[in-house]
Design a binder for this molecule. Structure first.
Ligand code: NAD
Length: 478
């Protein structure tokens, strides 16, 4: 089987060590072996990025537009092929894989346009005869560290703005999903970017990850991953004064009020909690339901959860794929067990499934009789598990929705405009959804959360420039 190499200083480089990429829908299927970058290869990448930055930072906006537009166009034209590859390595179903690839293409197209929309200010100084100019400049070399659950969209929403604003990139994808990262890199390598501007470093967290965090010449790091890793990343970066942007976990509430449209609420809950196998930072894991609708909602949910079709990611009848790896499966099972031990009632799912091919299949789990203090309602499980929390009224629902260490996304199902407005104002989260699933966002508006979910400025849309640029103020006598 061929080895997929890293892309460093404009060259494809093999390594002594390789990482096997295993299909979670069929663990007998090895997608490929991916070179694991060494420390000396990291050093080559950082040196080449630094050299490339000398010119790239002054590149014209037309050049940046052309490059980003080329990448976006090719991704979009190959969305079926790349979506299938993504589904094969991560385990989300094919349609979700294709949609994610399309999203990545749209993101590159959006930032191609952003390259032409650079802005600044020229204004009179408070001193007569002097003018002040406020401009934005690239930050330098950016470390991009990404998780496995969105193998191409998250890299896209970090790499595209980094290049758009004139930065160089060291990209370390999750070791679990190197195929999408490699495919994206292969496209980038043909886009006309000067050598060294973009480097792919598939490799171990302890080697490549730590080098990105600790190297003085990495000016900024954008990280998406777990809170645990995020804490370490932030501590290391702040200790050496590097710029940091972090997107971490979630424990997102979906509030369902008595006046909700039942069918719509169930759809939001099923979609938000279980699609992508619940492995989304924006998944609705806490379904907070007021008592007037609780019984009808619970009955409808049991029926829907029982009917969910779990299977091979590439089987067109599958609605839910496997968990991404054995560790995720075991972690999810541990929490299901903990839920039962702490007194929650498992109403549907929560058991392993066997399919034609050996994979990490689990039927999504639905709990009732849960209280806000239970581990299943406090910790991010990152699997297909949702709990119903029954409450008296909207006031209690809001209080419980906000009673969490996280603050990424929060949703409400109601037909009352007044309640929806109140929730939009008072829910402590970066993104609010009204009669929509907590997961599923646009790419042209800010993405991010509060509390332990996020740190630093927002990602995506025009707001992304905050992280990828640094502001300069110049004064001049005229
Ligand atoms: P993770 O923290 O294990 O790994 C994330 C990345 O960090 C990987 O590339 C990993 O190799 C790297 N890494 C690990 N240790 C490192 C170290 N010491 N130094 C440098 N890099 C290191 O997370 P994961 O399991 O890949 O992803 C799941 C997590 O990601 C969940 O908690 C989920 O909520 C979170 N997530 C958050 C968002 C968001 O936008 N808020 C989006 C997607 C996923």
């Amino acid at each position: 089987m061929s080895v997929f190499k890293n892309y460093i200083a404009g060259q494809w480089l093999d390594s002594d060590k390789q990482i096997a990429n295993i299909n979670p829908s069929d663990i007998d299927d090895t997608i490929g072996f991916y070179a694991s970058a060494s420390e000396s290869q990291f050093n080559l990448a950082i040196d080449s990025a630094q050299q490339a930055f000398d010119d790239w930072q002054y590149s014209g906006s037309q050049q940046r537009f052309d490059i980003l537009d080329f990448i976006g166009t090719e991704i979009l034209s190959r969305q079926n092929e790349l979506g299938e590859l993504l589904a094969r390595e991560e385990g989300k179903v094919r349609s979700e894989g294709i949609a994610e690839v399309a999203r990545a293409g749209q993101i590159f197209k959006f930032f191609a346009g952003e390259a032409l929309r650079s802005d600044g200010q020229c204004l009179p100084s408070v001193r007569p005869g002097v003018k002040a100019e406020v401009t934005r400049e690239p930050v330098g070399t950016i470390g991009v560290i990404t998780p496995w659950n969105f193998p191409i969209a998250i890299p896209a929403w970090k790499i595209a703005p980094a290049l758009c604003y004139g930065n160089c990139v060291l990209f370390k994808p999750s070791e679990l999903v190197p195929a999408s990262a490699w495919a994206l890199t292969e496209i980038i390598s043909r886009s006309g970017l000067p050598s060294g501007v973009f480097n792919l470093l598939v490799g171990e967290a302890s080697v490549v990850g730590e080098s990105i965090l600790c190297h003085e010449q990495v000016d900024a790091v954008t990280f998406t991953g777990s809170v645990e890793t995020g804490n370490h990343v932030l501590k290391t970066l702040t200790a050496r004064g590097a710029k940091a942007q972090m997107e971490m976990g979630g424990k997102n509430p979906l509030v369902i009020l008595d006046d909700a449209n039942l069918e719509q609420a169930v759809e939001c809950a099923i979609q938000g909690a279980f699609y992508s196998t619940g492995q989304r930072c924006t998944a609705s894991s806490r379904l907070i339901v007021t008592e007037g609708i609780a019984d009808a909602f619970t009955t409808a949910m049991i029926e829907r959860v029982s009917q969910l079709k779990v299977g091979h990611a590439l089987d067109s009848s599958s609605q839910i794929g496997p968990l991404a790896n054995e560790m995720q499966l075991k972690k999810t099972e541990r929490y299901i067990q903990l839920g039962k031990v702490q007194g929650a009632q498992l109403l549907a799912g929560g058991y392993r499934l066997s399919r034609d091919t050996p994979g990490y299949y689990l039927h999504p789990a639905l709990f009732t009789e849960t209280t806000p203090d239970m581990s299943i309602n406090r910790d991010e499980i990152f699997g297909p598990v949702a709990s119903i929390i029954k409450v008296k009224d909207y006031g209690a629902a809001l209080e419980i929705a906000n009673d969490t260490a996280f603050g990424l996304s929060a949703g409400i199902c109601t037909q009352s405009g007044k309640m929806a407005e109140d929730f939009k104002r008072k829910a402590q989260a970066g993104m609010i959804m009204v009669n929509l699933p907590t997961a599923g966002v646009d790419y042209h508006v800010p993405f991010g959360g509060r509390k332990r979910s996020s740190y630093g400025s927002r990602e995506q849309g025009h707001y992304a420039r905050e992280f990828y640029t640094t502001v300069k103020t110049a004064y001049q006598i005229f």
